[in-house]
Design a binder for this molecule. Structure first.
Ligand SMILES: Cc1cc2nc3c(=O)[nH]c(=O)nc-3n(C[C@H](O)[C@H](O)[C@H](O)COP(=O)(O)OP(=O)(O)OC[C@H]3O[C@@H](n4cnc5c(N)ncnc54)[C@H](O)[C@@H]3O)c2cc1C
Length: 288
């Protein structure tokens, strides 16, 4: 059943401070509305339980990129198109550019925001694996102040995360000069555009003389209730040579770290095979 529009209320705060104060008055009463690309889909199906929305799409405070010597801050309200076109992101964080390019199609990329992608908490979202691979932090704001959290601790369970009802995700922070020599991003879906991931893998690594892995970060989406860092596989691979045996063992280890399910988009067995194959593809690419 479609939603009845007059049942809903939308308010546009003048600035970030007003948005935070509105959220703080009665936490949970107002829900944030950024690009609306996730929310409008739920609205159309008549299943949007919240009735009051706070439009944060025009808040300039959430749309900034700040480039410091040590890190880059991407405002939560930045769209995929803005991220893809930012010169520092293009040069230093190509996984985010790739994630942006495979998210929906151009209309979604112009409207959908990175903050909305994170806060929607979908295990199949496309920026989380890239953010996890870069070991990003997120900055959360409320009237009580701000919290900085390693993004890898944000997601707790399916559609549950450490995000309080009076908080706004303000920005994503990524360290520059991490020393990676290689990076990898691949989304496997039904089509090359407008498809939700069946499996999505992102990784970065530092390789010594084309053979030994100094360190590696591996992140996978759509293979469990939340996007994950494959920490045990990373640990196994660090300081290892890129031999056929180590690659085989790492593949087996990854399959033990993921817990895909059968759903309308794919099957658990397929997702496991693909996740394993993507890891092998990534590890083989490290030899070059
Ligand atoms: C046709 C179509 C194709 C799509 N394809 C993809 C795809 O390929 N890959 C993919 O990952 N996603 C895809 N999406 C989903 C969606 O576009 C993204 O998740 C997008 O990034 C959501 O951002 P938004 O600003 O539109 O979020 P909104 O819909 O405005 O909000 C989503 C959720 O985030 C909350 N929220 C928003 N901003 C903040 C903030 N700053 N702080 C705290 N909470 C916040 C909202 O309250 C809401 O719960 C697609 C959607 C559509 C309609």
């Amino acid at each position: 059943m479609r939603a009845f529009v007059p049942d809903y209320e939308m308010k546009t705060p003048a600035n970030l401070q007003e948005a935070l104060q509105t959220l703080a008055k009665n936490p949970g009463e107002w829900k944030l509305f950024a690009g609306g690309t996730d929310l409008m889909v739920v609205f159309e199906t008549g299943k949007l339980t919240h009735k009051k929305f706070l439009n944060i799409n025009s808040l300039a405070e959430l749309k900034d990129f700040v480039v410091n010597d040590e890190d880059v801050l991407i405002g939560a309200g930045c769209t995929y198109s803005q991220i893809q076109n930012h010169p520092v992101i293009k040069r230093e964080f190509p996984l985010l550019v790739q994630a942006g390019k495979v998210t929906g199609a151009v209309a979604i990329q112009n409207r959908g925001t990175i903050g909305g992608n994170i806060a929607n908490m979908s295990p199949a979202a496309d920026t989380p694996p890239a953010l996890l691979a870069y070991d990003a932090d997120i900055i959360l704001l409320s009237t009580s102040g701000y919290r900085v959290m390693a993004y890898k601790y944000f997601h707790k369970a399916y559609k549950q995360a450490d995000l309080r009802p009076d908080e706004i995700i303000m920005a994503v922070r990524i360290q520059r000069n991490q020393g990676m020599t290689h990076s990898y991003y691949r989304k496997v879906g039904t089509r090359s555009a407008q498809a939700i991931s069946k499996v999505c893998m992102a990784g970065v690594a530092c390789i010594f003389r084309g053979q030994k892995i100094e360190w590696i970060h591996l992140a996978v989406g759509s293979v469990g209730p939340i996007p994950i860092r494959a920490l045990r596989t990373e640990h196994f691979l660090s300081e290892k040579q890129l031999t056929a045996e180590n690659i085989r063992e790492a593949r087996a280890m990854l399959l033990n770290e993921i817990s895909p399910i059968d759903d309308i988009r794919s099957e658990a067995l397929y997702r496991r095979e693909v996740a394993g194959n993507l890891l092998v593809e990534f590890l083989e690419s490290l030899k070059k």
